[in-house]
Design a protein. Structure first.
Length: 336
């Protein structure tokens, strides 16, 4: 196998970064666990994503007047959607029809995102509050630079310079995911849209958000239920009753992020059997796919094979992370 780019050498060195954990009991959480928001403290700046008639959270940007008019992101969960506690949500129509669990998101955002025990690589949480309407608001750090999808859309033409940035970001993402797994948590919905770049802890470090599909307090090696966006789903997670390793599924999604960062395109629309692109990977392997797949480059938009654009080391990483065999994904990471 070609040598990995130097930036990937220490990606699996999980270390003690001072994370202490918060003594929280998920089963005891409820609406009244959260304090009432102080009147007049926050004002609405603008809405990033409406709530779609209360069927999911509304994303807002608020101004915190107690912190020098600092902006924060608020994820507003309507009372009718969230219900009063995790059990009542899971028994509701929304809870039975979706793999998203807002109570898991609230729990892990607080557990992983609040000081002094915040885990490096998770978007900082500024607290969870109830407002006068009994909606629950999850407050997160506001980052104006956008997510990794925005970054991938603005990295320029595929080539060595773009790959260098992609390698740095993918390395940071893998570090965060490995750290998360070491704490018994799998994200379940890793994508370019669910990670941002923070500059406060170092140069371009990745931070994860949106833990609504995360798995915790259970055996990560044997979970059920398809999670994540279609093109990011590991193939073994599909099918009724599929049992899979959530850590290996996270790694597959990381590989997709790495592909998008380096090329600016998606390799397939889904990993389902009826997707021709991924069926080719199943039959011939990811390396052959990179040889065959072309993208337009240069002023003339000439079609060039991806294997001629990316370095051998970066290709080797994508081949391993996007291997249809989950055991090979886990084995590769342990051997890096």
């Amino acid at each position: 196998m070609p040598e990995m780019p130097k930036v990937f050498k220490d990606v699996v060195d999980v270390f003690d970064d001072g994370y202490l954990g918060l003594q929280m009991d998920f089963g005891q959480m409820g609406r009244h666990s959260f304090p009432i928001m102080e009147p007049g403290r926050f004002s609405l700046d603008h809405v990033l994503r409406p709530s779609d008639e209360g069927t999911h959270a509304q994303i807002e940007v608020l101004v915190d007047h107690s912190a020098g008019c600092k902006r924060v992101v608020a994820k507003r969960f309507p009372r009718a959607y969230l219900r009063d506690d995790p059990i009542s949500f899971r028994e509701s129509p929304a809870g039975t029809q979706s793999s998203e669990d807002p109570w898991t998101e609230l729990f892990l955002s607080l557990k992983l995102g609040q000081e002094p025990a915040r885990m490096r690589g998770v978007v900082p949480c500024q607290g969870v509050y109830r407002d006068s309407q009994e909606d629950v608001l999850l407050l997160l750090e506001w980052v104006s630079g956008g997510d990794l999808f925005d970054l991938a859309s603005n990295l320029g033409e595929p080539g060595p310079q773009r790959e260098a940035t992609a390698a740095h970001v993918l390395c940071s993402l893998l570090e965060v995911v490995t750290r998360l797994h070491a704490r018994g948590i799998a994200h379940g919905d890793i994508s370019a849209e669910n990670a941002i770049i923070r500059t406060g802890e170092g140069e371009g470090e990745v931070a994860l958000l949106d833990f609504a599909m995360a798995i915790h307090d259970t055996d990560l090696s044997a979970v059920t239920g398809a999670r994540g966006k279609l093109m990011y789903r590991a193939p073994e997670t599909l099918g009724e009753g599929a049992i899979y390793d959530a850590r290996a599924a996270d790694l597959f999604a990381c590989g997709m992020v790495g592909y998008v960062l380096a090329t600016g395109t998606y390799p397939w629309q889904s990993t389902a059997p009826d997707c021709k692109a991924f069926s080719y990977v199943r039959q011939h392997g990811m390396k052959r796919f990179l040889d065959k797949r072309t993208i337009a480059v240069g002023p003339a938009a000439a079609k060039v094979s991806i294997s001629r654009i990316l370095s051998a080391g970066y290709q080797a990483l994508l081949v391993s992370l996007l291997d249809p065999n989950p055991r090979k994904r886990l084995a590769f990471l342990s051997q890096m």
